[in-house]
Each structure stands twice: as C-alpha cells, then as structure tokens.
Design a protein around this ligand. Structure first.
Ligand code: NDP
Length: 252
C-alpha cells in the first residue's frame, strides 16, 4: 500500500527505547525505511523485529553517537543499505539532574556529549544526503527533527546543564533552519513535556526520589507514541514546522 513516506529513508538516533523506538515504529508504519541507531544492539533488534512483523523495513545500526567516527559510520551504513536519506530524527538524549553546586562534572560531560555533540556529528554527516534528497527525492523535501524539550524553553532549578543542552539545541535548530530551508530541507524542534520513558532512570537515587518520582506521581505523563505522532505530523505535511511543543494537559 502507498503510504505518506513510501520511498523515503529515515534515521532515528536513540531508537532502542522510549520516544526514539516509538518514532521509528511510526515512521516505518507511514512507509519509510528506518535506520535504528543506538548503543544497545539487542534492544534495537527487538524494535527492528516489531517493524518487520508489521510489514516495515528497518536496519539496526549499533553506534555511540558521542564518537564522531561512529556517528559518521552510522550515516554511511544507512546510505549504503538504502541508497538515500530523507529524514533525520535527532532523538538520542540524556537528562541528569541536580544542583550545580557540588555537581558530578562527569555527568555534565556525558549529557553534553550526547545531547549536543552527538546531535551535531549526526547532523553534519547527514546534511549532504538530505540536501540531495530534497533535490531528487519523491517528496522534493527532506527533514531534520530535533527532539529538544520543554527544558529548551523554560529553565528550572536543578535542571542547569540539561537546560543548557536543550536551549542550545533550540538555538542551533533555528540557525540551521534559516541556512537551508530555501534548499528544501526543513529543520524543526519538537519539545515534549513529561513522557513515560527510561530517561529519568539514569539519575542518582536522591535525584530520582526528590525530583523525578514526585513529578511522575503528580502528572499524567504522555506515552512515547504521542511524541512519535508529532514527529510524523512534522514530516508528512506540506508545511515547514519550525517548532512543536507537546505537553501533558496537567503539566503547567
Ligand atoms: P530514553 O532514555 O528511553 O531514550 C534515550 C535514547 O538515547 C536511548 O535509545 C539510548 O540508547 C539513546 N542514547 C543515549 N546515549 C547514546 C549514545 N551515546 N549514542 C547513541 N544513542 C544514545 O529516553 P526518552 O525516549 O525520553 O528520550 C528521547 C529524547 O527525548 C531525549 O533527547 C530527551 O531529552 C527527550 N525528552 C524526553 C522527555 C521525557 O519526559 N521522557 C521530555 C522532553 C524531552 P542506548 O542506551 O541504547 O544507546
């Protein structure tokens, strides 16, 4: 059956869980061949099997995108397998919260490495292929969707370096949008509020107890599929969507 994304190829970083896995499933449902990029190969294989079972096409690409060579190889592997690249979803991310005073600097470095450097390396390696796809592809357009956060719009006490990375992603996205939109590569941010994923689980126990668990107890958070819907919306319209902010109704 002809679907909205038939003939296109998408690369999703952080496709082994949460929002990335849901987005990969959704883009495959809409007809894209999808490259699944992350470090946990077994989890990527599970997602690929689900896509395969539903009649879609997926490629497992094990890569740590904080290593520039691995990010570039992941893009290369995708293009070698599918011959093109139309959609990049920069989704991989890490949220380690807590006070700046007395912070563990290694946590800052890990967050900046994934949320900023990984996104930049993957974007840079993908751009030539997206620019070609916009000229020659079935849709005459290509897409970058950067998964930022409400934390890219609003700063909170205890979110310092996570805020830094996501505000940075928003600024970079808008700058790149202005650079290449006339070449028909659409660039936008999607900013989710609370979503039920593994994101909070990487935090120290005291952060989980004081900041993360209380938020989840008080808020009816979204499902990863709600965000995947937003990504699908951004890449299947004829309009260019620069920013999409998706929140649980009861998150103020
Ligand atoms: P998850 O923890 O479920 O997913 C994070 C993904 O990032 C995993 O697939 C992980 O895969 C991947 N990842 C982490 N480090 C690397 C790396 N070095 N190289 C490649 N992949 C990596 O969380 P979410 O689904 O919630 O997070 C997805 C995005 O959504 C993030 O950017 C997050 O900031 C954003 N977001 C999430 C919100 C929420 O409430 N959940 C709210 C707002 C934004 P692996 O470990 O296998 O490498």
């Amino acid at each position: 059956m002809e679907s909205k994304l038939t003939g296109t190829v998408a690369l999703v970083t952080g496709a082994s869980s949460g929002i990335g896995a849901a987005t990969a499933r959704r883009l495959a449902e809409d007809g894209a061949s999808v490259a699944l990029v992350a470090r946990r190969k077994d989890r990527l294989e599970d997602v690929a099997a689900e896509i395969d079972k539903a009649g879609g096409t997926a490629l497992v690409v094990e890569a740590d995108i904080t290593d520039r060579a691995q990010a570039e190889a992941a893009v290369q592997q995708t293009v070698e397998r599918f011959g093109r690249l139309d959609i990049l979803v920069n989704n991989a991310g890490l949220m380690l919260l807590g006070p700046v005073v007395g912070a563990d600097a290694a946590e800052w470095e890990r967050m900046i490495a994934v949320n900023v450097n990984g996104l930049l390396y993957t974007t840079r390696a993908t751009l030539p292929h997206l620019l070609s796809a916009a000229e020659e592809g079935p849709r005459r357009v290509a897409d970058i969707v950067n998964i930022s956060s409400i934390a890219g719009r609003v700063a909170w006490n205890g979110y310092g370096v996570y805020n830094l990375t996501k505000f940075g992603v928003n600024g970079f996205t808008e700058s790149l949008r202005q650079e290449i939109t006339r070449r028909h590569v659409r660039v936008g941010v999607l900013e989710p509020g609370g979503v039920d994923t593994e994101l909070g689980s990487h935090n120290k126990p005291e952060v989980r107890n004081e900041m993360i668990d209380p938020f989840f107890e008080q808020t009816e958070v979204l499902a990863p599929e709600d965000i995947a819907d937003g990504v699908a919306y951004m890449v299947t319209r004829h309009t260019a969507i620069g920013e999409l902010w998706i929140m649980p109704t009861d998150q103020a």
